[in-house]
Design a protein around this ligand. Sequence first.
Ligand code: NAD
Length: 456
Amino acid sequence: MDFASIAEVDAAVAAAKAAFPGWRATSLSRRTEVMFRVRNIVEAHRRELAAFLTAEHGKVPSDALGEIARGIENLEFATGIPNLIKGGFSEQVSTGIDVYQIRQPLGVVAGITPFNFPAMVPMWMFANAIACGNTFILKPSEKDPSASLYLAELLKEAGVPDGVFNVIQGDKVAVDRILDHPDIAAVSFVGSTPIARYIYETGTRNGKRVQALGGAKNHMIVLPDADIDMAADAAVSAGYGSSGERCMAIATVVAVGAVADPLVEAIAKRLPKVRVGPGTALVTKQHRDKVASYLDSAPAQGATVVADGREHPLYRGSEGFFLGTSLIDHVTPAMDCYRDEIFGPVLTVTRVATYAEALQLVNDNPYGNGTAIFTRDGGAARQYQFDVNVGMVGINVPVPVPVAFYSFGGWKASLFGDLHMYGPEGIQFYTRAKIVTARWPDPGTSKVDLGFPRTR
Ligand code: NAD
């Protein structure tokens, strides 16, 4: 695949810029109609779309379809655009004067997306962006580029006019051109933290509005009163689902007090039942080898490897980049396996004595994407939701990805910018407010006889 040159990025931006005046002037009811058709066409072709995800990302069909279903939620949300984009109106703020707010699209906006959700993350962005009247440039990950091209075909079929949704395939060259192109008003980014920081700093320096979602290290706190089987099931599905290549995956379990031994045992007992095979390969060999390297560095730094995924027969095979489920216990905050975002099927366990220690661990961590607490104590869970410096919190729910009518975003190094992605904050991100203060001519100059005295 050839990567886009600067001239090709410029051509895409020019097409988006040319389409903007017509699209922003298209009525809300017409845009709603188009969004309904987009939703229905994507839903009707979800299996074909899923096939691209399975072929290029490698996720199993059920995961691919799950990702698409979560993406479609955002298309559904965007069909509510007439209501979502409503402004406010204040009548008679002063004699004869009304004030109102209208929300207008920004112009050409761009989305830069990661490899791990090649269909859903673009839908997080473009659904609201185009429903608001913007035109959109998508730069997907070069590791799985085809889903975005197929989405472009579907959008065209749904009646999205030419130039409203554009895809460019590229790497840093294309990204850097997006960041300095004067005709791009805003950039949404999802990916790793170092790149997110770079996108935010460069984009904002160039005067663009930027939301840049970064990496994660999601902690699951298990209090001593938790249902151990429920917590172990959750740790396994959230830690190893999609081979841990999810920004909302549970990376580390924090076991409080006496729950540690039975919990580690319960997790370990479940590992042989986690399927490793077609659909669970990691994205590249280089990434798989980096993930596996923590199984050496962790014991060297004092941790205990309870399950070593390199023992899985597929690890040594030549077909695909597999690693079996791995579990590392007695992990401390100084160890590499705790500090780094591993992004693979490796779950670590840190043992602490008290809730306060567990909380401090989470709040000291530089990331703040998601977290979960497992307990039967409603008061403790409520206290945690109050105390924790993390953007998305699950209570006995290990992967608390918000539904599309809330917004998605972490805190700290998991998000650069002010507005979270999709949902109501997505609408805010892709529009700007204009406040109109209006006075109509003095009634004395009006020729219309209302038949009764005017009130102002
Ligand atoms: P990545 O940061 O390597 O790539 C993301 C995008 O940035 C891609 O489109 C890529 O082409 C581009 N890019 C990569 N290097 C670049 C550079 N030097 N300059 C400019 N652009 C560059 O991320 P990835 O490996 O594709 O995805 C995995 C990461 O994404 C993990 O860290 C994961 O936590 C994170 N992620 C976060 C969320 C979230 O919602 N916070 C969601 C999904 C993934």
